[in-house]
Ligand binder design. Structure first.
Ligand code: HEC
Length: 112
């Protein structure tokens, strides 16, 4: 019984201390191609836009993704029944994935 109490107290203390670290707050990492964008393209735009696999413009490299960002942004924000919607014949990207593209552009289209 006592052990449980001590463990609980310890957990609560640890929990509370989490709120005391404001001085060490880490800034949210800046969105970049390698970490945030490439994985989305690899999973959601395949195989059509993957070099060597699809017959559409390859978007699976930094320069292509960067140079086509305006077109990509327009298309992923369309509704699936709209003409030109991407990813074609798939569900709309999640809000999080769409936000990754908008944030990427805002942050200056960094590669890594
Ligand atoms: C099932 C295949 C398929 C998938 C998956 C797909 N596309 Fe496409 N995409 C196409 C086709 C076909 C076209 C050409 C027709 C058009 O322009 O609407 C195209 C055209 C485009 C274009 C215009 C440039 C071009 O290649 O002509 C962009 C930009 C684009 N897609 C972005 C994307 C993005 C971003 C994704 C993933 C989120 C994606 N697509 C997923 C088939 C696909």
């Amino acid at each position: 019984m006592r052990k449980i109490f001590v463990t609980l107290l310890l957990l609560i203390t640890v929990f509370l201390f989490q709120f005391c670290s404001s001085s060490k707050k880490v800034a949210a990492p800046i969105v970049n191609y390698q970490t945030n964008i490439q994985p989305i393209i690899q999973s959601s735009c395949a195989p059509c836009h993957i070099a060597g696999k699809g017959n559409k413009k390859s978007l699976d490299n930094y320069l292509a993704a960067r140079d086509n960002v305006e077109d990509i942004l327009v298309r992923i924000q369309k509704i699936p029944t709209d003409r030109g919607f991407m990813p074609m014949m798939h569900e709309k990207l999640s809000e999080k994935d769409i936000a990754a593209f908008t944030e990427w552009k805002k942050a200056g289209l960094l590669e890594h």
